[in-house]
Write a protein of this length. Structure first.
Length: 111
């Protein structure tokens, strides 16, 4: 999977960002591991819609995950979505990674 340019550039510079309570943005290896895990946990197949349409890169600290939408095998837009682990909804939260980081850090975005 080819990473979106803004996430790729961020990972080239930082390989993830640590926050006050854990990872703010996951490292490249954690992105790979977490996405593979979400797609391969057998029990999830009966609980949730498939995760092939999302590329996760961060978590909300409550079980919810943030990611890009995948269409036809690639990320085609900069929009960021949150996956809610309680009801399996996928909701738009920001128009770009930069805005996501600003809104999430400032508390403007609440999940």
């Amino acid at each position: 999977m080819e990473l979106p340019n803004d996430l790729y550039q961020l990972l080239q510079e930082t390989n993830g960002i640590e926050g006050e309570y854990g990872d703010f943005i996951w490292s490249a290896s954690k992105i790979k591991t977490e996405n593979m895990s979400m797609r391969n946990i057998v029990d999830f197949k009966d609980l949730y819609m498939p995760f092939d349409c999302l590329l996760f890169f961060a978590d909300g600290g409550n079980g919810d995950l943030f990611g890009y939408s995948i269409l036809n095998g690639k990320v085609q837009r900069d929009d960021i979505y949150v996956w809610n682990h309680e009801n399996d909804s996928r909701t738009w939260v920001a128009p770009s990674l930069k805005t996501f980081m600003e809104w999430w850090e400032s508390g403007k975005m609440i999940i």
